[in-house]
Design a protein around this ligand. Structure first.
Ligand code: 6PG
Length: 482
């Protein structure tokens, strides 16, 4: 009997996905560039299963049922292109290549188009959930050649995570690089969620002077509220974890954050599309700032930074902090969905936002109860332009407003950096302000560069120039917006 699917790449994610597929009754052919890895896998975790090995790409191709489905679980970038180049001459028209790595979506756009000309279908799929997710149910976000989806769907939906109603956290996202785009936004939101949690931790630790056991209890309690999520859950575990000397391990970890690029891509795309994705972008910059460790150490001394004590009833502050975190999280997701909406319009992807929320409901790093509410919001209005306008989320934003402002103001007063929570509030203040000071900005642009402006008392699209000083000419520069 031939194999149902081939997987190339036996690193952690590849191995666990294969074992997961095997558990669901699929016959998987496993290949890795180095043959020893294949042997190690077959004699190790894959022993006693239906998984078979292939020591060359030709052997892999020969062992697969038509149309062949070959999933690449290799490092994003050139390695993917190199495998595609080697595979294509061995494949038949109608065969399917799937890239399950964290690929930048323009690469997927390019590969879908290039392979289409050769009659090969290509799927670029986000896979989230780390090692545990890959093994027992990841969130899977596939996009690319729609013709390929019916062949891949049963396998992907079988191995994916399931919601509490047993719905698979995997569905077709859209054409071209839509799947990798949605995975990129998922990761951007992951950056935002993580940053928000760390801001709450710093407020509790430095501002309220709480112990790690106290903070752990707070996160355990928060996990029983609307904040219920994987990231809040692991944070409580981390805060309770003691090193061999009995001290909290987290305080022994160097405070410089790493990043592999997906958060940065999300910010870059937001800038390119003109979407005010402030919270995620602040979270990327917060990681950049953290990496300037030596400079920060020097600057703390140079400026004689004082301790940041927050006075008042601790329990009241903790509840205010919870509300500020929840409200900020709503803004982060609202901005993320704004970005996906713009990308969907620009690329003709026709994204289904409720389905995206469903795919993120289980299995992935940002999985949370909250995503069910997002799905409900898009069920009510599939074209909702701002998540915060949905009645459920609007209610939370309104109820949290005063606590959120108190926390933001206090953090500024005592000097605890909370870039994501404060930028979320600033965004909402801007978004809910009918008249912003951009009129003055337009006047400045027109003053120094004759860039023209529109008037509130004239139809939009009519542009005016004023000779502000009486010295310049009346000639205006061309009006265009990038
Ligand atoms: C996931 C994660 C996964 C990975 C990130 C980490 O969805 O399973 O997002 O993709 O953990 O790449 O990203 P950074 O190294 O940039 O934090």
């Amino acid at each position: 009997m031939k194999g149902d699917i081939g997987v190339i790449g036996l690193a952690v994610m590849g191995q666990n996905l294969i074992l997961n597929m095997n558990d669901h009754g699929y016959k998987v052919v496993a290949h890795n560039r180095t043959a020893e890895k294949v042997d190690e896998f077959l004699q190790g975790p894959a022993k006693g299963t239906n998984i078979v090995g292939a020591y060359s790409l030709q052997e892999l191709v020969d062992k697969l049922e038509s149309p062949r489905k070959i999933m690449l679980m290799v490092r994003a970038g050139d390695v993917v292109d190199s495998f595609i180049d080697k595979l294509v001459p061995l494949l038949d028209k109608g065969d399917i290549i799937i890239d399950g790595g964290n690929t930048n979506f323009p690469d997927t756009n390019r590969r879908v188009a290039a392979l289409k000309e050769k009659g090969i279908h290509f799927i670029g799929s986000g896979v989230s959930g780390g090692e545990e997710g890959a093994r027992f149910g990841p969130s899977i976000m596939p996009g690319g050649s729609p013709e390929a989806w019916p062949f891949v769907k049963p396998i992907f939906q079988a191995i994916s995570a399931k919601t509490e109603n047993n719905e698979p956290c995997c569905d077709w996202v859209g054409n071209d690089g839509a799947g990798h785009f949605v995975k990129m936004v998922h990761n951007g939101i992951e950056y935002g969620d993580m940053q928000l949690i760390t801001e709450a931790y710093q407020f509790m630790k430095d501002g309220l002077g709480m112990t790690h056991d106290e903070m752990q209890s707070v996160f355990i309690e928060w996990n029983k509220t609307e904040l219920n999520s994987y990231l809040v859950e692991i944070t409580s575990d981390i805060l309770g974890y003691k090193d061999t000397d009995g001290e909290p391990l987290v305080e022994k970890i160097l405070d410089t954050a790493g990043q592999k690029g997906t958060g940065k891509w999300t910010g870059i795309n937001a800038l390119d599309m003109g979407i005010p994705l402030t919270l995620i972008t602040e979270s990327v910059f917060a990681r950049c700032l953290s990496s300037l460790k030596d400079q920060r150490v020097e600057a703390e001394e140079l400026f004689g930074k004082k301790e940041s004590i927050v006075e008042g009833d601790k329990q009241v502050w903790i509840e205010a902090l919870r509300q500020a975190l929840l409200a900020s999280k709503i803004i982060s997701y609202a901005q993320g969905f704004m970005l996906m909406r713009e990308a969907s319009n620009e690329n003709g992807w026709d994204l289904n936002y409720g389905n995206v929320a469903l795919m993120w409901r289980g299995g992935c790093i940002i999985r949370s109860a909250f995503l069910s509410n997002i799905r409900d919001a898009y069920d009510i209005d599939s074209e909702l332009s701002f998540l915060g306008s949905d009645s459920y989320f609007k209610g939370i934003l309104e109820n949290s407003m005063s606590a959120w402002r108190k926390v933001a103001a206090k953090s500024m007063e005592v000097g605890i950096p909370m870039p994501s929570m404060t930028s979320a509030l600033t965004f909402l203040d801007g978004y809910t302000t009918a008249r912003l000071p951009a009129n003055l900005l337009q006047a400045q642009r027109d003053y120094f560069g004759a860039h023209t402006y529109e008037r509130v008392d004239k139809p939009k699209g009519e542009f005016f120039h004023t000779n502000w000083t009486g010295k310049g000419g009346d000639v205006s520069s061309t009006t265009y917006n990038s």
